[in-house]
Design a protein around this ligand. Structure first.
Ligand SMILES: [Zn+2]
Length: 438
């Protein structure tokens, strides 16, 4: 479909839309916003009631700023209507389902029509071209193929972008490395911790994948320092891909481009707002807050003003050096509900990771253990490090940088448990806390 329009070596999937002037993008956004709200209102009684209870009608949306009159949706509104409460189409039109990997309670379910799968694949195809991944490139997809959206998201997009797919899923890392060498894999995709796992197994076995050039990673805590480690450990350029179950899966909301200066959000597909996590009021560009997404083209289950729980800020609405005009958000700092408060100090797992990865000899596996006794939270750290690193060094650096006192216990490389799937960076000893991202 888009094959003719896009030459083999294009760095854009759809140059016209990816580089459209801002006024043009905003015109598309307003039209699609009106259409989506009207469509959702008309085709879904639950959403209609939701809007009616706030005294808002679809016709009230006359400009993009009017989006602020629409009520928020969040994980709980989606969960309360599990499984099919927010469905806008006949069930016979559904082609696929994915679910969030939350640890407790009902999962968030995302349903896809044929058109929704195509929208997802198009977002992903844009990400691939943005990373300079051309038709015919050999790509190894390591996230699992199942209810988690990762495996299928990379797959649908790769099919559209004309890539040579090796759908390994996660695990059996030695075999993955062999296969990568046999077929000359050029691009690898995965959750961050699996990228680390591959790097580790290569190092321990003195192996390499010389053909590998690029990696697309996401879905977990991902500090800039960890990104650097992955990049140098695997000898590749690393891209931070963003998306979540509720917006339709990996890559739907965007990725960073080769200039690595924030994440481009596909603005003709989504409106992104940044709000104060407490008051819900919009904050100015540059100020940190919670990201809120509105889908503009999804049919089975649209989301309108979905509170993602992810903290970031609008980095720039100016045209990027890559030529794209779609705005950039800063790299995700953490999730609102992942913020830890220990002895009066607030911090995020990603900040701890950033500090750890700046200490030579500290390895990429760590866990923050949170204990709650009589309502008082205490946290300590389990971290793998090479010989010569001692815990006081880590504690001192954490104290200096974050002002937090975290007792640290050092483990030899390989000693901490590796679990399949997403890494559990924060372990709650008494109550498990809900957290999921894509
Ligand atoms: Zn760019």
């Amino acid at each position: 479909m888009n094959g003719i329009k896009n030459s083999l070596k294009s760095i854009y999937w759809d140059r016209e839309i990816e580089t459209a002037p801002r006024e043009e993008i905003e015109k598309i956004q307003l039209k699609r916003l009106k259409d989506t709200v009207g469509y959702f209102y008309k085709s879904n009684p639950v959403y209609r009631k939701h809007l009616d209870s706030k005294g808002v009608k679809p016709e009230d949306i006359k400009s993009l700023e009017d989006i602020k009159y629409l009520p928020f949706m969040d994980k709980s509104t989606l969960r309360e209507n599990y499984p099919l409460g927010y469905l806008c189409v006949d069930k016979k039109k559904i082609r696929e389902v994915h679910m969030s990997s939350g640890f407790t309670g009902k999962p968030v379910m995302m349903l896809y029509t044929e058109q929704d799968i195509d929208q997802w694949a198009t977002c992903m195809a844009r990400c691939y071209r943005m990373a300079g991944i051309e038709e015919g490139t050999v790509i190894q997809i390591t996230p699992s193929f199942g209810l988690f959206n990762g495996g299928f998201g990379f797959y649908h997009g790769a099919r559209k972008a004309g890539l040579f797919v090796i759908p390994t899923g996660p695990g059996n890392t030695l075999r993955q490395i062999k296969l990568a060498n046999d077929l000359k894999t050029e691009v690898i995709t995965g959750v961050v911790s699996y990228g680390i796992r591959i790097m580790e197994v290569m190092k321990d076995n003195n192996l390499s994948i010389p053909s590998l050039k690029k990696g697309l990673f996401g879905a977990e805590v991902f500090s800039q320092k960890m990104k650097k480690r992955l990049s140098s450990g695997l000898g590749i350029e690393v891209f931070d891909i963003y998306g979540m179950t509720e917006t339709g899966g990996v890559g739907t909301t965007g990725m960073d481009c080769p200039f690595h200066n924030g994440i481009h959000v596909w603005e003709d597909q989504y409106i992104v707002e940044v709000v104060d996590p407490n008051s819900g009021e919009p904050v100015p560009d540059g100020q940190e807050g919670e990201l809120v997404f509105t889908s503009l083209t999804r049919r089975a289950v649209p989301v309108i003003r979905f509170r993602s729980g992810d903290l970031s800020s609008i980095k720039s609405r100016e045209k990027c050096d890559c030529g794209r005009t779609h705005l950039r958000i800063d790299y995700i700092k953490g999730r609102v509900d992942d913020m830890l408060i220990v002895k009066g100090v607030n911090f995020f797992p990603g900040q701890v990771e950033e500090v750890l990865m700046s200490i030579p000899g500290v390895r990429e596996h760590y866990q923050i253990i949170v204990e709650e006794k009589n309502g008082i939270k205490n946290a300590y750290l389990h971290v793998e490090a090479e010989e010569g690193v001692d815990s006081s060094q880590i504690e001192k650096k954490l104290g200096e940088t974050l002002g937090v006192s975290l007792k640290s216990k050092i483990f030899k490389p390989g000693q901490l448990e590796r679990k399949p799937g997403k890494a559990e960076r924060v372990v709650y000893m008494r109550e498990k806390k809900e957290k999921s991202r894509g």
